[in-house]
Design a protein around this ligand. Structure first.
Ligand code: CO
Length: 439
């Protein structure tokens, strides 16, 4: 009927950290809100539950073990997964790449992907053994925060700026569903990564027959939309949360999907998949003969660049945060025509999603403002509770193809960020003139 994952996901683990439980249904997807709610309601009327003491269990022995009425099977998840990956990607071409001296670094962050990385990159693809860093899973992730982003994987980002940088680097999170992709001197933004995978999917065996469609979460950059338009395939814009992709995947409407929070995947699974994304990139590098910075620069030249950056404003008083966001929603109709640096707002709304598969409607998913130069600002309020609220501002500045697309995202979006701050009236209402976090 499904499976439980005992995991801290991308959060710190161990006695002082997180301990989470994920439930995935038989299709592999996350449980729907309806099912989760039914389980919760049922749990409130439980009068008893049964337990049994099996004594110490041997989790290292593959195969079936019988304990009275209970049949326990220990499986090797690595082998089955690696076989599946071999059916999707051109392992022969990637092996050639490594045998030609190509160097990579994969940071498993002492989480679950270490043994997978060892099997895939080192054993099956011939990467050097030192390609896998922090490859031994530890119960507390070695005290680290296993989230692949420029802050928590800062060492890897720094390495890619040095003379000793390998050709390619990547990291994954605690339970292996997130990914970060790096080339020499460059981190590929998640929105760009999704767009580049979509634009080059025809080069990869598992996707060579074409994509049914693609999807991204609403705050994710619209880089993939431009690719979908060129390919003549649908592009779905969903609320934040992987389960919205699951419906589209189940219905065969999409083959690739992703979100700005370092999650990417395809129709091979019903979850985001970090190692899959790394293999997809390796396949593209092997077949195109280009390095990461060249692939990215060529993509921007072809489709333009959607420069992406997120500004977080922490508002200590959660009621003030709520009021500020309510005010922004109420003013959404009046934003059109307002100038924003060198452009003006030509379209604005409160995002609501009508699921084309199950007909459900999700309202109030964030405020969107599209600018006349193709840029976009998205506002969302998160973490409202007793401990304050955070206004997240997703900045997307569009630079058309043919123009100079290079430069650091934080600098290229700084002016747009100041306009967004003033639209949200953060200085007037909350006394905040600078973001508390730039991601
Ligand atoms: Co995770």
């Amino acid at each position: 009927m499904g499976g439980f994952l005992l995991t801290a996901s991308h959060n710190p683990g161990g006695p002082e950290g997180d301990f989470g439980l994920k439930f995935n249904t038989a299709s592999g997807g996350q449980a729907s809100e309806v099912l989760t709610d039914r389980i919760f309601q049922t749990s409130r009327s439980l009068s008893r539950y049964l337990t049994t003491d099996l004594g110490p269990l041997d989790f290292d022995r593959i195969g079936e073990q019988r304990h009275g009425e209970l049949l326990l099977e220990i499986v090797d998840p690595v082998a089955g997964y690696a076989d599946k990956m071999e059916s999707l990607f051109d392992f022969a071409r990637i092996r050639e790449l490594f045998s030609g001296g190509f160097r990579m670094r994969f940071d498993a962050m002492h989480a679950v992907t270490g043994p997978y990385a060892q099997e895939l990159f080192v054993r099956r693809l011939g990467a050097a053994p030192e390609s896998v860093d922090n490859g031994v899973p530890l119960e507390d992730f070695g005290g680290g925060h296993p989230d692949p982003n420029p802050v928590d994987a800062a060492d890897l980002v720094r390495l890619m700026d040095t003379e000793q940088a390998p050709d390619f680097a990547a990291a994954s999170d605690g339970d292996g569903d997130r990914n970060m992709i790096l080339g020499r001197g460059l981190m590929v933004s998640p929105g760009d990564s999704l767009a580049i995978l979509a634009a080059n999917a025809h080069l990869v065996p598992g996707y060579a027959s074409g994509l049914a469609g693609v999807a991204r979460s609403m705050p994710t950059s619209r880089a993939v939309d431009v690719v979908a338009e060129r390919l003549g395939i649908p592009c779905f814009e969903t609320p934040t949360g992987w389960r919205f992709f699951c419906n589209l995947l189940e219905a065969g409407k999409i083959d690739l999907c992703g979100e700005e929070s370092f999650g990417t995947s395809s129709s091979h699974a019903r979850e985001k998949d970090g190692l899959w994304a790394v293999l997809f990139w390796l396949n593209l590098l092997a077949v195109s003969g280009k390095d990461v910075p060249t692939l990215v620069a060529d993509h921007w030249q072809e489709y333009g660049r959607h420069v992406y950056c997120r500004h977080d404003y922490f508002i200590a008083d959660s009621k003030l945060g709520r009021d500020l966001f309510d005010g922004l929603e109420a003013a959404v109709g009046k934003l059109v025509g307002r100038s924003c640096g060198r452009a003006e707002i030509c379209q604005s709304d409160i995002f609501s999603y009508h699921d084309p598969v199950d007909g459900s409607v999700s309202d109030h998913q964030g405020v969107r403002a599209v600018l006349s130069d193709g840029s976009r600002i998205v506002f969302r309020l998160s973490g409202t509770g007793t401990a304050g609220a955070t206004l997240r501002i997703y900045l997307e500045r569009f630079i058309p193809s043919g123009q100079n697309c290079t430069g650091a995202a934080a600098e290229l979006t700084a002016e747009l960020g100041r306009s967004a701050r003033d639209i949200a009236r953060l200085p007037d209402l909350a006394g905040l003139s600078r973001p508390s976090g730039i991601i």
